[in-house]
Design a protein around this ligand. Structure first.
Ligand SMILES: *[C@@H]1O[C@H](CO)[C@@H](O)[C@H](O)[C@H]1NC(C)=O
Ligand SMILES: *[C@@H]1O[C@H](CO)[C@@H](O)[C@H](O)[C@H]1NC(C)=O
Length: 198
């Protein structure tokens, strides 16, 4: 009797996690390893680039948001000092393909102006390579339909990045390091001001 209940709930759990389309440990490693590999390959080469690590708190935020099946960014990004990349696809989900798709935008990105032509996208690429965004948490969700996109039975990938307070900082100038230190010093002084008020 007890076994029966346990087995049934275990079965239900498997069905629920499949329905949610959760990332496997293998996929999580692929996401981190490939980010680091691609970050090490930027052109011009980086002199100031942090290694990224997986972050469970970001994964939780990404998972809750992915479950909403909305093809648009989480409106709380700025409030949470987070950046976000989204990918949607039908068929078998392939994390490598999603990341290479984002990174592929580098062909339209101009390092000197830190921008791309108006009719092109480069925001996914720049989010992947911001020097200060060193924590990533991602989640997938199987969506029957999506709000804002005419896709059926698609897998939505949400990757959240932290921090982005000092992003838009380029990654290979001496100025970047100074800019970065100044930016974080400013953040620290804000934190300090709060502590003093408290
Ligand atoms: C996933 O996509 C990558 C890049 O397009 C490809 O090389 C790889 O074979 C794909 N993996 C699977 C299991 O389809
Ligand atoms: C970045 O570094 C590369 C070589 O490491 C150099 O050629 C390039 O001029 C640098 N770019 C800037 C903007 O400093």
């Amino acid at each position: 009797m007890h076994w029966n209940v346990a087995l049934r709930s275990a079965g239900l759990w498997v069905i629920l996690s499949l329905a949610a389309g959760q990332l496997t440990e293998q996929e999580k490693s692929t996401i981190i390893d490939l980010h680091n590999e691609l970050r090490s390959k930027v052109q011009p080469s980086a002199t100031f680039m942090q290694k990224v690590v997986w972050d469970e708190a970001l994964r939780v935020v990404a998972e809750a948001y992915a479950a909403k099946c909305i093809w648009d960014h989480n409106p709380q990004l700025e409030e949470l000092s987070m950046g976000e990349n989204l990918f949607v696809g039908t068929g078998t989900f392939n994390a490598t393909k999603a990341l290479l798709d984002w990174f592929g935008e580098h062909v339209d990105y101009d390092f000197e102006t830190n921008n791309c032509p108006e009719d092109k996208m480069c925001g996914h690429y720049t989010q992947m390579v911001w020097a200060d965004s060193n924590r990533i948490g991602c989640a997938t969700h199987s969506c029957d339909t999506l709000e804002g996109l005419d896709f059926k039975k698609a897998t939505l990938l949400v990757c959240d990045y932290y921090p982005t307070m000092c992003s838009k900082t380029l990654y290979n100038t001496t100025w970047t390091v100074i800019q970065y230190l100044l930016c974080y010093k400013m953040q620290l002084s804000i934190i300090w001001a709060h502590i003093q008020i408290l």
